[in-house]
Ligand binder design. Structure first.
Ligand SMILES: Cc1cc2nc3c(=O)[nH]c(=O)nc-3n(C[C@H](O)[C@H](O)[C@H](O)COP(=O)(O)OP(=O)(O)OC[C@H]3O[C@@H](n4cnc5c(N)ncnc54)[C@H](O)[C@@H]3O)c2cc1C
Length: 384
């Protein structure tokens, strides 16, 4: 029997639209003062701690956190509006992205009182950055094969192993390490935990893995007898799998999963605005209708979050369709306009095109590869 996917239709409240106007004014000012230039995939490549601090001061980070932890007790829909405006503008939001998007909600759900008091205000201020330590040289899609290990020592844990493709670890303050804390049993998913590791702890080595254009985004993070105190374990020891799945739902559901190439799309429309070429009009029409549908689906996920429901299946669906869309934007425009993409060009369009082409291969991999997401969706709908 097939199950239905419940994705509510969400209309934004007046307060969210008022907030949108505020964010647009802020972006206009920032663009006028040349504080940033619009960038494709700015939530991965636009690392600007000063910009994060500015957002923190305006109350646009940690928006849904309780006030007692430095948050603003605003709704998931209001947060949606702020993030979609920043992404659409190609603003440099990478520094705080992980802390604000998923580590904060993770600690709110599973963290200890001490962890919440210590870290959430720093996330909300935009002064503390986090890396995700899931993938390993031999474990990507098959997360249950992770072999980084933490063993019990007096008053804490000793970690050994390595993580790979770790976004921003060279600039982050801490990493959330998904590791084995109990020996492997028949249940491959049992015995994992999530541990917060300060990246300055002795025994942690961060090595760059450069993109083909030389950009330093990824890292390999190696743990050699890294000792952490007990209070750095998030939630319950051994409950890591369940926690990480909740974490991934936050990671997959947001507007960043279809807006990474929006700055390119916008610039394309500006440039070809007067074109009489029918194929250009058709392409813009097709992409816009898909974008609008995705936006409503993603808003539906924000609506589920607002109600405190788990958006796991819907998030996987939005991520799958959204990242295909981001790639299609790049490919459609590349085939319609004859330019030489270049990151050093004086033309913003050529720069955006270059960024989109270079980053596109990662869209459908990061946060869960296409085939894996489709498996989750199929299981969730009862067709597998
Ligand atoms: C831009 C970017 C940023 C990233 N940032 C981080 C980060 O910060 N932290 C982190 O931990 N990781 C990060 N990753 C890693 C990412 O999570 C992994 O790349 C992803 O989970 C896939 O794992 P893999 O690369 O090992 O590929 P594999 O798991 O080897 O998969 C390779 C291909 O095989 C397919 N495949 C695998 N298993 C199956 C199956 N059972 N059935 C059908 N097809 C299958 C996959 O869909 C994929 O197409 C990042 C990746 C990218 C591209």
């Amino acid at each position: 029997m097939f199950k239905e996917l419940q994705l509510p239709f969400v209309e934004l409240p007046k307060s969210a639209e008022e907030l949108r106007a505020e964010v647009r004014d802020f972006i206009k000012e920032e663009l006028a003062s040349k504080s940033f230039a619009p960038q494709c995939d700015s939530w991965l490549g636009g690392f600007d701690p000063e910009f994060s601090l500015k957002l923190g001061k305006r109350g646009w980070l940690g928006m849904t956190f309780p006030k007692k932890y430095g948050g603003h007790e605003r709704t998931a829909l209001e947060r949606f509006v702020v993030t979609e405006e920043l992404l659409a503008a190609g603003a440099p939001v990478a520094a705080h992205w992980i802390a604000d998007r998923q580590t904060g909600p993770l600690l709110l759900k599973f963290g200890s009182e001490e962890q919440k008091q210590k870290y959430l205000p720093k996330y909300a201020n935009g002064e503390w950055f986090v890396a995700i330590g899931l993938s390993e040289p031999n474990s990507g899609s098959d997360l249950a094969s992770v072999s980084t290990k933490a063993e019990r020592i007096d008053g804490g844990w000793r970690i050994n192993g390595s993580k790979i493709w770790t976004s921003g670890a060279h600039r982050a303050h801490q990493i959330i390490v998904f590791c084995r804390t109990e020996p492997r049993t028949e249940d491959r998913r049992a015995g994992f935990s999530q541990i917060i590791v300060d990246l300055s702890t002795p025994g942690v080595t961060v090595r760059p893995i450069r993109l083909m254009n030389g950009e330093h985004h990824f890292n390999e993070v190696i743990f050699e007898d890294v000792e952490v105190p007990d209070y750095m374990v998030i939630g319950t020891t051994g409950n890591g799998w369940k926690q990480v799945m909740a974490d991934l739902a936050f990671e997959r559901s947001g507007p960043e999963r279809f807006l990474s190439t929006f700055p390119l799309f916008k610039e394309f429309i500006r440039i070809v605005g007067e074109s009489r070429d029918k194929s250009v009009h058709v392409a813009i029409g097709n992409l816009t209708t898909r974008l609008w549908t995705l936006r409503h689906m993603s808003l539906g996920v924000a609506g589920l979050l607002e109600k405190g429901q788990s958006p796991e299946i819907a998030a996987a669906l939005v991520k799958d369709l959204g990242t295909q869309f981001e790639k299609d934007v790049t490919e459609t425009i590349r085939l319609l306009v004859s330019i030489i993409p270049s990151e050093t060009s004086d033309s913003r369009f050529e720069v955006l095109m270059a960024e989109a082409i270079l980053h596109a291969p990662g869209f459908t991999l990061r946060g869960g590869a296409t085939e894996i997401l489709r498996g989750i969706i199929a299981r969730g709908l009862g067709v597998r």
